[in-house]
Design a protein around this ligand. Structure first.
Ligand SMILES: Cc1cc2nc3c(=O)[nH]c(=O)nc-3n(C[C@H](O)[C@H](O)[C@H](O)COP(=O)(O)OP(=O)(O)OC[C@H]3O[C@@H](n4cnc5c(N)ncnc54)[C@H](O)[C@@H]3O)c2cc1C
Length: 341
């Protein structure tokens, strides 16, 4: 079966992986040069934190997250299961209690245990929550690794090729089209919106962290994800705004002051990069698979692109193969959010 996938962000690549496993003939067509800085996926922190996310997300995200984490663990050696540490300054300790009440699978850690987990934070926080089963990786390592894997499976790439409005409305040249254009698919998915996220990449040789650390903060709940060579991803704002053109002074000031509150040595860190994108999201902030004739959309990954894409892509592939085997192509959108088969 011939499949054309539009978009080479984490969603397009995940769909390609499951179609390739089913021996489909897959071509990925993308306006970006493979997965690059023009994709939202480029700017992600790479946290795989289903339990922490439960603080504000629906239980479905936890289920999809656990399934996707198994996929990532088997897929890449860059997968680091070192857990997440959540801390708060003494002023914000009630927030830590509230965070604990809303989440599961954590251990309370006191100053001496924090010192064992993250020696550089030893004297800075009196208590925290540790989520031992969570993981992280660097999306900029994972995306090329996925491309290499897909190429080895025979998937073809047509990069720097933008699908026009007419091409999107015409029937696919393949048996089925999978639209994974992220926020750009707003032109066909009425309810899709963008949630702006600003992030920083900083470099410090003075602070060492082994795992993502979240600092509960009244305005910006900051997280810092360690990467190789002294780099740290500092993220991320959540603003109901689709403007992807630049980060605001206020956001960067708040991210930097939260990083400084986590450890004053971040005051000496070098700013390597400021990044901005808008997360594609539906009103309930849950991902959706939508079938319209010979096109299927997977979108609305919100802040869970890496956490949920493999599990959603697996469901999408099963549904598309079933539709094509019975030749039932709904003309009206059939809508599902992952758990509805
Ligand atoms: C600051 C920030 C931090 C984040 N941190 C995390 C995190 O820690 N963990 C997590 O799981 N998620 C995180 N996310 C969310 C995650 O990044 C997104 O959910 C995910 O990237 C969405 O992926 P996508 O493939 O749908 O879209 P995209 O990555 O934007 O991909 C869309 C693709 O479609 C292509 N395209 C668009 N229009 C056309 C066209 N007309 N023709 C051809 N191609 C087209 C683009 O070139 C691109 O290749 C974060 C997001 C942000 C902004």
């Amino acid at each position: 079966m011939k499949i054309e996938i539009i978009g080479s962000g984490i969603v397009g690549l995940s769909c390609a992986a499951f179609f390739a496993e089913k021996k489909c003939d897959v071509t990925i067509i993308s306006s970006s040069n493979g997965p690059d800085e023009n994709c939202c996926s480029w700017w992600a922190g790479g946290m795989l934190a289903p339990w922490c996310e439960m603080e504000s997300a629906e239980p479905l995200i936890g289920e999809l997250g656990l399934e996707s984490m198994k996929f990532w663990e088997n897929f890449t050696s860059s997968y680091q299961k070192k857990g997440t540490l959540v801390v708060a300054t003494s002023r914000d300790l009630p927030d830590l209690k509230r965070f604990g009440r809303r989440t599961e699978n954590w251990q309370e850690v006191k100053q001496d245990q924090i010192a064992v987990l993250e020696p550089d934070l030893a004297d800075r926080f009196s208590s925290g929550l540790y989520y031992p089963e969570e993981a992280h990786f660097d999306p900029r390592q994972i995306l090329p690794e996925l491309v290499n894997y897909l190429e080895s499976m025979g998937v073809k790439f047509q990069s720097n090729t933008s699908f026009s409005a007419e091409e999107l409305d015409a029937p696919p040249k393949a048996d089925h089209r999978i639209d994974c254009r992220g926020l750009a698919a707003k032109d066909h998915l009425d309810e899709l919106r963008g949630v702006k996220g600003e992030m920083l990449l900083i470099k410090s040789n003075e602070v060492k962290l082994s795992r993502p650390v979240r600092l509960l903060h009244p305005r910006i709940p900051l997280y810092i994800v360690p990467r190789d060579n002294g780099l740290f991803m500092v993220g991320a704002t959540m603003i109901e705004n689709e403007n992807r053109s630049g980060a605001t002074v206020r956001s960067i000031l708040e991210l930097l002051s939260a990083a400084y509150a986590l450890h004053p040595a971040f005051g000496e860190a070098e700013i390597i990069e400021i990044g901005v994108d808008a997360r594609p999201a539906f009103p309930d902030n849950l991902p959706r698979i939508i079938h319209k004739g010979h096109t299927t959309y997977l979108n609305g990954m919100y802040r869970h692109g890496y956490l949920a894409a493999p599990a959603m892509a697996k469901r999408l592939v099963e549904q598309v193969l079933r539709l094509n085997s019975t030749d039932e192509h709904p003309n009206e959108p059939a809508l599902s959010t992952g758990n509805i088969e």
